[in-house]
Design a protein around this ligand. Sequence first.
Ligand SMILES: *[C@@H]1O[C@H](CO)[C@@H](O)[C@H](O)[C@H]1NC(C)=O
Ligand SMILES: *[C@@H]1O[C@H](CO)[C@@H](O)[C@H](O)[C@H]1NC(C)=O
Length: 484
Amino acid sequence: MGIGMITITAMAVLLVLGGSTQVVESAIGVNWGTISNHRLSPSTVVNLLRDNKIQKVKLFDADPDCLRALMGTGIEVMVGVSNDLLATLSSSTAASDLWVSQNVSRYMVKGGANIKYVAVGNEPFLSSYGGQFQSYVMPAMTNLQQSLAKANLAGNVKLVVPCNADAYESSLPSQGAFRPELSQIMTDLVTFLNSNGSPFVVNIYPFLSLYGNSDFPQDYAFFEGTTHSVTDGPNVYYNAFDGNYDTLVSALNKLGFGQMAIVVGEIGWPTDGAISANVNAARVFNQGLINHVASNKGTPLRPGQPPMDVYLFGLLDEEAKSVLPGSFERHWGIFSFDGQAKYALNLGSGNGLLRNAKDVHYLPSRWCVADPSKDLSGVADHFKLACTVADCTTLDYGGSCNGIGQRGNISYAFNSYYQVQKQNSQSCEFDGLGIVTFLNPSMGQCKFLVGVAEQVVTKHLSLGLCLQSRFVVIWLSIFWALVI
Ligand SMILES: *[C@@H]1O[C@H](CO)[C@@H](O)[C@H](O)[C@H]1NC(C)=O
Ligand SMILES: *[C@@H]1O[C@H](CO)[C@@H](O)[C@H](O)[C@H]1NC(C)=O
């Protein structure tokens, strides 16, 4: 083979790679979860997406309020089927037809929502689920695919299954393989995805690797270079993301699908509730990730080919999420619950740093605290109740309010509860131990929140219209009565 031949081959490879990077131009999307006690109205959130030029959003369900607010925006949407629906959808085509018609077809109209993906389950193969959803995934996919085809949507809407990175394992990326008990189902899944031109969706969390393993080198979780690089044959890994991603590439390769497109369905860094969860770490991680993806460098096993899309987790804090994984679980947002940017982050679409939500309607500026003149020895039950209903995770070890003292703790708990109760005056009683104050009790990093008073108006749209038309009728009757 002459040198010319090699050059031509190399050029062809470059062209192919050049072509594919153009096609897969990675976009940064966000996960919009809604497990919150202080929900912003969907239209406020959608305006926040638009102001920040976020073109892709992933939902965990098919919430009609969210989807209605997304109509006409052109924003690409991934809707989700929750795990507990998988059994029904796997056993009944009538159920899958209904699901598609109620949660997809009705929005796919002119000026409707731009639904591109349906996520079938959310991390259904997670080890901690003990396989309970596993057998439903493929039959549910098959039924939903048929329902989409019947609705003439199979060309526009693709089914995917967001998998946790615990679906595969290996100490070295090149040795990556799916968990042995998943090998059959993964073969079926990627064969299905491949025949539909769908990507493999994976959630990757270097934060959890660091949180769960005290030996995990801190700097390997970030993108700033590391003193703990991992050498894997000819390849050297400088960050956990690349190593994890290539482990998946190897696992796919073993099944014969080494070229399958990959979407990162969730990735992010929390800002509170654990030692390594703070605003600076979150900013450094997310900005490093975004810059890494935008550089089109790819990974050692996929040079020049970044993931097809990357959905940050998450858009907003969700302070009603389960804290089973840890207190950080309620603090993943790049925005706080009220749509305020927590740190300077450039999403890379040429629009500069994050912009805050506009026109957020807050409750009045007042707080509930422990009455300074009272003895608090009998407060334990109140504290417990308040923190069961409202969020107190910032008080925990590593949290931004850890260390504000016992009285501070109690005030914080009282206030969180009071705000969740929309500042209802009875909700600051606590048997006479609570008192409302107009002085912001926040201390340094520890912020005492004021809730939002957003109305979810779209929910009762049809009822609203109905009432309005009745109002018009009544008004007209009065008008005619006056004229006559
Ligand atoms: C599907 O649509 C129905 C009707 O709007 C809605 O009640 C339901 O919550 C949606 N399902 C999911 C999983 O979001
Ligand atoms: C405040 O509450 C947190 C969380 O319950 C606890 O870890 C901490 O020890 C408390 N501080 C005091 C001084 O009671």
